[in-house]
Design a protein. Structure first.
Length: 597
């Protein structure tokens, strides 16, 4: 195969190196060619970020005839070296808040649900330590990562208590009295300072390495190669650090993307230029060399589980002919939090049906307000999203999820899906012919507002990651991107590869010209696959929906409320107002009218 000058430089390099590779730049191909060029008989280890990347890498290295390259994840290495040696029992999921409170017999007075708030923070404190490169728990200050004022006040008040019980739980895992977690055996592996029997170690997705993983890597005697993209770091919530910036290795770059065309590359650079307000000196010179014309694979990507579920509900409501869908990671994973609580548990609490709640922690809450207070004290993002979904859709949730599951394909049949739904985190490393973004990402206005927030002060690391998330989402496409107009930076125009999508809510309408020349995305009913990016002008849209994109008034809101409470069906209300069902749903939610159908 023909290699670029950038790739040849890397393949011919000597010593420890780091490679900053933009999205779609062929980094795996480069690493394979690097491995091919090493001396015969060399022992080579390729470290993948997760299991799915490991499986993909195994196939690619095997196809290249590199059967001598050992492919592992940091966790699989640690498992073999720690779990087998000590005969530990490994817990498949992290400990839940209720489990920790029960295991430790926590008793904290003074605040409602204080023992569960404490258990949540103990869990986070242990995770923070296990992902760090520190030798002892006391070397870290857990308060450094608590941002919410209410949560910070609780942690400050009970810090010694939390620290004491975190140590007790770690000691019980170490002695094998209770099951250990995946984080725990990785930490124990790092503390053991292992020396791995390899001549070369190739570390992929280095921008998302935890300090514990990085510590093991840099202490090896082998020649070390770490590759990643500084602007694709999106796992700081798992305590990942941007390893490429921390290592003093000779740097190489891969700036040519073979995935997407020039318009997508230009948009990506514009998005990354947002960081100049936070001190970024230089935007990478991304070159879009992709030439794909295919529109076979289509995906909807969102920043959050909530944003994705809402868009999936809206999409299938407007496209009842779509019968084959796929959620990356399976749809069930979007209805459960990491600690096991389900959307149904939150709904049953909302309805006061306490006997139907399966999760022990939620079962102890008296009402939804109790749960919301707990969320404030713990910064539990996943539970917060569940409450938001329940507040918006109420008792329609079971029917909605049933319809989604009926259309959902198994992983083996993913290639047959007419549309794929995914959060950005789950789509990491994926690519699709056509991508639509949900409007739950950061944009220039939101960024400016947060940077100028004098009361709270900006959290630059979080804002940096929000920009990274938008960049990662945009660069999943190989051909066409449908992007909400409010996310589009100044200076970007529509093209064959970029279609602007307008929000139907009136606050976004106000940002548009009276007679826009840009287009509005729609999903016409077709016999086979949906034309994801077919567009219509506002005038064309109004041929079907006479009031599309017109602002709501107080009089219209009053009329909508009357019609809803009189028992009119959604399609009747939509026809009456000359708007889409999605627009009516959005307005009902905005008016905080719950349990609508």
């Amino acid at each position: 195969m023909k290699l670029s000058p950038e790739q040849k430089q890397i393949i011919n390099s000597v010593g420890d190196i780091k490679i900053n590779a933009v999205a779609g730049s062929g980094k795996t191909t480069t690493i394979i060619e690097y491995a091919k060029s090493r001396p015969e008989g060399s022992k080579i280890l390729y470290l993948a970020y997760n299991k799915s990347v490991k499986i993909e890498a195994q196939n690619k290295f095997a196809e290249a005839g590199l059967h001598h390259v050992k492919i592992e994840t940091a966790h699989s290495l640690a498992y073999k070296n720690i779990v087998f040696k000590h005969n530990y029992r490994v817990r498949t999921q992290a400990y839940r808040t209720y489990d920790i409170a029960e295991l430790l017999g926590l008793k904290v007075g003074g605040e409602k649900h204080a023992e569960f708030i404490a258990a949540n923070h103990i869990n986070q404190m242990i995770s923070y330590f296990c992902n760090s490169d520190k030798m002892k728990l006391a070397e870290l200050n857990y308060q450094d990562i608590v941002s919410d004022k209410k949560a910070y006040a609780f942690v400050s008040r009970y810090y010694d208590y939390l620290l004491q019980h975190a140590r007790i739980l770690l000691a019980r895992m170490d002695r094998g009295e209770i099951e250990i977690t995946h984080d725990f055996y990785l930490k124990k592996f790092q503390l053991a300072a292992p020396q791995l029997p390899y001549d070369y170690i190739l570390f992929d997705e280095g921008q998302d390495a935890s300090p514990a993983m990085l510590d093991v890597f840099i202490k090896q005697k082998a020649v070390k190669v770490i590759v990643g993209d500084t602007h694709q770091q999106i796992y700081s919530w798992r305590f990942a650090i941007n390893s490429l910036e921390q290592l003093n290795f000779k740097q190489y770059s891969l700036n040519n993307s073979f995935r997407f065309p020039k318009p997508i590359a230009d948009l990506s650079k514009k998005i990354l230029s947002f960081k100049k307000q936070m001190g970024l000196k230089e935007v990478p010179p991304i070159e879009g060399l992709g030439e794909s014309k295919s529109l076979k694979t289509k995906a909807v990507l969102a920043r959050t589980n909530l944003g994705l579920l809402l868009r999936a509900i809206e999409f299938l409501s407007d496209n009842s002919n779509i019968n084959k869908i796929y959620f990356e990671g399976h749809i069930s994973s979007y209805t459960y939090a990491d600690d096991g609580a389900s959307l149904y548990d939150v709904l049953n609490l909302y309805n006061g049906k306490r006997s139907l709640i399966k999760d022990k922690l939620i079962g102890l809450m008296r009402n939804i307000e109790d749960l919301e207070e707990y969320i404030e004290n713990t910064e539990d993002v996943q539970l917060s999203m569940m409450v938001e979904i329940v507040n918006k859709y109420g008792n329609e949730i079971p029917n909605i999820l049933k319809k989604l599951k009926e259309k959902h394909l198994d992983a083996a049949d993913k290639h047959k899906a007419e549309i794929v739904f995914s959060t950005v985190h789950r789509a990491k490393g994926m690519e699709y012919d056509e991508v639509e973004l949900v409007n739950d990402f950061i944009n220039e206005k939101r960024l400016d507002r947060q940077l100028k927030d004098e009361k709270e002060g900006p959290d630059l690391s979080k804002l940096n990651e929000e920009i990274n998330l938008l960049y990662v989402a945009i660069t999943r496409t190989k051909n066409k991107l449908s992007i909400p107009f409010v996310l589009v930076p100044d200076g970007i125009s529509e093209s064959a590869n970029i279609v602007f999508v307008y929000d139907e809510e009136e606050e976004e309408v106000e940002t548009k010209p009276a007679k826009p020349t840009k287009k509005v995305i729609s999903y016409p009913k077709v016999k086979e696959k949906p034309a994801l990016a077919k567009a219509y002008t506002v005038d064309e849209k109004r041929e079907t929906y006479k009031a599309a994109y017109r602002p709501w008034t107080k009089e219209l809101d009053d009329e909508l409320t009357d019609l809803y409470f009189s028992g009119k069906k959604l399609n009747v209300i939509a026809e009456h107002f000359g708007r889409t069902k999605g627009a009516i749903l959005s307005r009902l939610a905005k008016l905080e009218i719950e349990n609508f159908d």
